[in-house]
Design a protein around this ligand. Structure first.
Ligand code: AMP
Length: 602
């Protein structure tokens, strides 16, 4: 299939299903950064990757310096760094120099508020300009940034802000009113709330207006001399049990961000890049902010949510050359068919990549027809901080495969023995757990306040990802599934425990078990099984009330789409709900080992 960059547009696929709109390549078409995979892997060293960046005096490292100041000082200050397209269609453009100045002002504002390096700055906004400025300004000030997804309900927000000991929150006035104001009492450590669109004349109580606190500051700021191992980022992610896990990442992670942007996304400084992920999640941070800026591109930011006409319009009008998106969105585009593509000029596009969930082989076939080039799937997770396995511009894509490990990344398929020992499976095509040899710069440094949980992710030299996969004879990795009960819906990782806990808060609920069920567009959908307390009867009204309760607490992105009542849920002898059994029964799959089953619904 090749890289597709130079392919002439064909008019139909083999089955003649899709008309092609791509014109002759007229856009930016540089030689790929990774031309000879084996050769680059052979000569790769992390020191050489570090040398792609600049660093601070005395071996220091700061993400904001690498992302912004380096370009601003190096003659590219006037280059467009951020191109923001607001939901109302208005546009804003910030050069690297303007982004440096704006983030310096924010860093000064933090100092003026008495916020110390190491304290945590949470951001909860849509994709607005202030978010990007605040994130870079907080790095600059040596603070730790924790992004939250703006579609979370109050409960996931409060849990994460409590666990993360949030000192500052940057949010919008609407989100503050809807989700935060009522939580302030629960968050005594939250000293400052900065409203991106708050006006000084009409302030919310106990908040600062962005204009009042940031805009008057000086644009000269002496960057806090962070060390490579100082913590820059806190990303919450979901596990099967317990509270969300807070993965901590160091400033040194920028080495991986940069080099994966270079090799896996093939970013060149003249690219117009668009990552559709929300910065509330790790992709939107690593590849929606950091990697594009360290690679010096123009980073397109679209505030509005998915809509095919808007997205196609952005690709065409902004002349996007590299596009990084996710399978759920691709499937939604595919569903709309050929008609939705008609009339667009995508000639600037030269590289497409996808992440976050399994990418169906049909999506690659479709993009070949629709855009004249394949989607390049890649794989990583919150804990790895950056792309670990990818399909590359210059290598053939095997539709359905996640690709091959990045230079410097040693991946393996392993099996775990009863005693926890790990054995590498050398044989091709054998299924096992995907493991990565520890030691790359963006590996999480710890789980916040849960060091034992962090240690359990490792066995000797291997980091165990919790994903099942296989490797074929050509060294390509294929995703098989999760080894745990975590749910991936529309690209968002959802912990069943968090959903069950919210349901259990309802007076009628005695037990709840939450699973993911397959969905043609979202990958998986959240489904809950609920047993009621004595005195409550299953009814359509109660079902609706429970769905409403969950949506209000958790937000629509996390809440179950369906709830089913059961008299009893299958449990182990120690009382743990057997989600795997619920799922097997729901999907008509083999029930597997049920020797620990204690009570049952049947
Ligand atoms: P997150 O930490 O939210 O980024 O989610 C990481 C998880 O998403 C991985 O452990 C996988 O289960 C899944 N994932 C990410 N990328 C892919 C991919 N390309 N193919 C299949 N699953 C993926």
């Amino acid at each position: 299939m090749g890289d597709g960059r130079h392919s002439d547009a064909t008019n139909t696929t083999d089955n003649g299903q899709y008309a092609v709109i791509v014109k002759d390549a007229a856009g930016f078409a540089p030689p790929p950064n990774l031309l000879d995979y084996e050769a680059v892997c052979d000569r790769f060293s992390w020191d050489a990757a570090r040398a792609m960046l600049e660093g601070l005096p005395d071996g220091g490292r700061n993400i904001a310096y690498e992302a912004v100041d380096r370009h601003a000082a190096g003659g590219r200050g006037g280059h467009e760094a951020l191109r923001l397209i607001a939901a109302d269609g208005s546009r804003r453009s910030l050069s690297y120099a303007a982004l440096r100045d704006a983030s310096c002002r924010f860093a000064h504002a933090l100092a003026a508020l008495g916020v110390a390096p190491g304290e945590r700055v949470f951001v909860l906004c849509g994709r607005v300009c202030e978010l990007y400025v605040a994130v870079l300004g907080a790095f600059r000030a040596g603070c730790t940034v924790c992004p939250l997804f703006s579609a979370f309900g109050p409960e996931p927000i409060a849990t994460r802000m409590e666990l993360g000991d949030a000192r500052v929150l940057v949010t919008t006035r609407a989100l503050y009113r809807r989700k935060i104001a009522a939580l302030r009492e629960r968050l005594p450590g939250l000293r400052h709330v900065i409203l991106t669109d708050g006006s000084t004349t009409e302030a919310e109580p106990d908040t600062h207006a962005w204009d009042g606190i940031v805009e008057s500051q000086s644009a000269d700021y002496v960057l806090h001399p962070t060390r490579p191992e100082d913590i820059a980022l806190l990303h919450f992610t979901s596990g099967t049990t317990g509270r969300p896990k807070g993965a901590l990442h160091a400033h040194e992670a920028v080495v991986t961000h940069h080099m994966t942007g270079h090799y896996a996304l093939d970013l060149h400084a003249e690219d117009i890049f668009w990552c559709t992920a929300d910065p509330g999640w790790v992709t939107g941070m690593s590849y929606g902010i950091i990697a594009p800026l360290t690679n010096g591109v123009t980073n397109v930011v679209v505030e509005s949510e998915f809509d095919a006409a808007t997205w196609y319009g952005v690709l065409e009008r902004e002349r996007v050359s590299v596009w990084y998106t996710a399978p759920t969105a691709i499937r939604m585009l595919m569903k709309l068919g050929t008609e939705a593509l008609a009339g667009y000029d995508f000639s600037a596009l030269r590289f497409l990549a996808s992440v976050g969930e399994p990418l169906n082989p049909e999506a690659v076939v479709w993009s070949n027809a629709a855009f004249g080039m394949p989607f390049h799937d890649n794989w990583w997770q919150t804990e790895t901080g950056g792309i670990m396995i990818a399909n590359y511009c210059a290598l053939d894509v095997k539709p359905g495969s996640m690709g091959r490990p990045l230079p410097g990344i040693d991946a393996a398929i392993v099996s775990r023995g009863e005693d926890g020992t790990v054995t590498v499976i050398e044989q091709a095509d054998e299924e096992g757990e995907l493991a990565l040899r520890r030691g790359w710069p963006s590996m999480m440094r710890d789980y916040l306040n849960e060091h034992a949980r962090y240690e359990r992710c490792f066995e000797g030299e291997w980091y165990l990802t919790g994903d099942l996969a296989r490797r074929d004879a050509d060294g390509y990795y294929w995703f098989v599934g999760r080894a745990d009960d975590v749910i991936k819906s529309a690209g968002h990782l959802i912990g069943p425990f968090e959903v069950e806990s919210a349901l259990m808060e309802h007076a009628a609920v005695a037990e709840a078990g939450v699973i993911g069920i397959p969905d043609a567009v979202a990958g998986e959908q959240v489904k809950a099984f609920v047993a009621l307390k004595p005195g409550y009867t299953a009814s359509r009204e109660l079902n609706r009330a429970l769905l409403g309760h969950a949506r209000k607490r958790l937000g629509a992105a996390v809440a179950p789409k369906t709830i089913e009542f059961r008299d009893n849920l299958p449990k182990t002898r120690s009382g743990k709900i057997m989600r795997r059994l619920l799922k097997a029964r729901e999907l008509g799959l083999p029930e597997g080992d049920i020797s620990t089953l204690e009570s049952d619904e049947h």
